[in-house]
Write a protein of this length. Structure first.
Length: 480
């Protein structure tokens, strides 16, 4: 029987698993929430909860799939710090990108020329080193799960700036090497290890099942959408947002990140937004009191553009402002505003943020030939149509809409067959649907985009003033 290839994807709030065959048939999918209340409070999570969630997914795999499973690939969100000792035991809770401690250091580091991805990691390590009593090996969630499955401590990543939130050089420059250890780096798409006998027995898998080195989820999405040639752009929408352009031009749009692509001669130009999809989840949970799916269903048919603007900065913002003090704002509310219109305004805010990033890329000289969208947002027709209308461009949705899972499977196929990753991606990745813009709506959205872009600078002084208020003690004017 033909081999099967699996991907485990560790997200901020959920973990999922997907199984594919070599003909790009999506044969099985399962997901499970991570039980911790990580995000809404501390922004941290117990690494054991991640492992137990993944264990549940592997335990539920049907026997018919386990018998044919040739390889597994583990991918995941970041930047998240999982500090462990040399035996792989966690020394502290995993620190996600939603943890607010040290965020004020990020713009300072960026101004010093530090890559934003690296700056995010270093800002967390700066305070974490004071909390630890022994040297910590630095892992991300996917690395930790790979260790639990194989016993190998390593970072699964490309050896370039922009892929890991730390580096040996950065630690040495800051004299932090006594506090932190960067393990070996294993390139995505290479053989990582076989499963341990313990893991194989626990999940009833063959010890010959291969674990293939994964990557940050945004890299898997690039591979799974075919965003691996000049001019192709990937919009990856989940709890947060990643907009990445593959470009032959080495340019540096303000507020965005430019680092080497994993293919020689190309550059990765990216924008990362903190709370896009999770802003909608917040609105459903705290305001409508309804499931997200029902809230989206009720939004269908709402007139667009809405007459409401929303800044989705519920946990500060990364690209393009890099401001931990930024706050969420609804602007333009009237007595006619209701939950339905506000829901659509949140969807539109994501489109505006993407359009702002694209405008910065093109102003810097980049050429964008094709846009593909993936992730949970791509499952929503209304959301994808709004993005197309705001951008004024066709937006392609791959046939396999969960491109992170598919990208991980392509990594596994590369490792097993030793075939070229670019060839595999082009050969097996297909477009399922294309959304085309409404030209009249686009003209209105262009005007609204300029207003959206003005809201942050207009409110920035207020965000800073708000951050100075000690609500426990009263207004700052009452202090001695």
């Amino acid at each position: 029987m033909a081999d099967l290839f699996g991907t485990i994807d560790i997200g901020s709030t959920n973990c999922k698993i997907g199984i594919f065959d070599e003909e790009a048939n999506f044969l099985y999918r399962d997901d499970s929430p991570i039980s911790s209340q990580l995000l809404r409070r501390s922004g941290t999570i117990d690494p054991f909860e991640i492992w137990e969630t993944v264990s549940g997914l592997l335990g539920r795999l049907p026997e018919r799939i386990k018998r044919r499973l040739r390889a597994l690939c583990v991918i995941g969100q970041g930047p998240t710090v999982v500090p462990v000792d040399r035996s792989g035991q966690p020394l502290y809770r995993a620190i996600t990108w939603l943890d607010g401690r040290g965020k004020e250091r990020i713009p300072v580091l960026i101004d010093q020329g530090v890559d934003p991805q690296l700056a995010a990691g270093l800002s967390a390590l700066e305070w974490l080193k004071e909390e630890l009593s022994e040297q910590a090996v630095l892992l991300q969630p996917a690395d930790y799960v790979a260790y639990r499955l194989t016993g190998r401590l390593a970072n699964m990543s490309f050896p370039f700036v922009g892929y890991l939130p730390w580096s040996r050089q950065a630690l040495e420059e800051r004299e932090w090497s006594h506090a932190f250890l960067v393990p070996e780096i294993v390139e995505p798409g290479s053989l990582f290890s076989n499963l341990t006998q313990e893991a194989a027995d626990r999940f009833n898998l063959s010890p010959q099942t291969l674990l293939v080195a994964g990557a940050p989820d945004f890299v898997a999405a690039l591979v799974g959408t075919g965003t691996i040639e000049d001019g192709s752009l990937c919009d990856r929408g989940g709890s947060s947002q990643g907009v990445t352009l593959c470009s032959k031009s080495e340019v540096f749009p303000p507020g965005l990140m430019t680092t080497p692509f994993f293919k020689p001669g190309l550059w990765k130009i990216s924008a990362i937004m903190n709370t896009t999809g999770i802003a909608l989840e917040w609105f459903c949970r705290k305001v409508t009191g309804q499931p997200l799916e029902l809230t989206l269903e009720q939004a269908v048919g709402c007139a667009t553009p809405t007459k409401i603007l929303f800044l989705p900065y519920l946990s500060g913002e990364r690209s393009p402002h890099w401001d931990s003090k930024a706050k969420g704002v609804f602007w333009g509310l009237t007595l006619d505003s209701d939950a339905r219109r506000m829901t659509v305004a949140i969807l539109e805010s994501v489109g505006y943020a993407i359009a702002d990033a694209i405008e910065r890329m093109e102003n810097a000289g980049c050429v964008i030939k094709r846009i593909r969208t993936t992730g949970k947002q791509a499952l929503s027709p209304i959301w994808t149509q709004i993005k197309s209308d705001i951008l004024g461009r066709p937006v392609e949705v791959p046939e396999i809409r969960e491109s992170e899972l598919w990208g991980g499977a392509l990594f596994s196929m590369k490792a097993v067959s030793n075939r070229d990753l670019t060839f595999l991606s082009h050969e097996k990745t297909r477009v399922g649907q294309t959304y085309y813009p409404d030209s009249k709506k686009h003209l209105l959205y262009k005007e609204l985009l300029s207003m959206f872009q003005s809201l942050y600078p207009a409110n920035k002084p207020l965000f800073a003033q708000w951050a100075r208020i000690d609500f426990a003690r009263g207004p700052t004017t009452q202090r001695d």
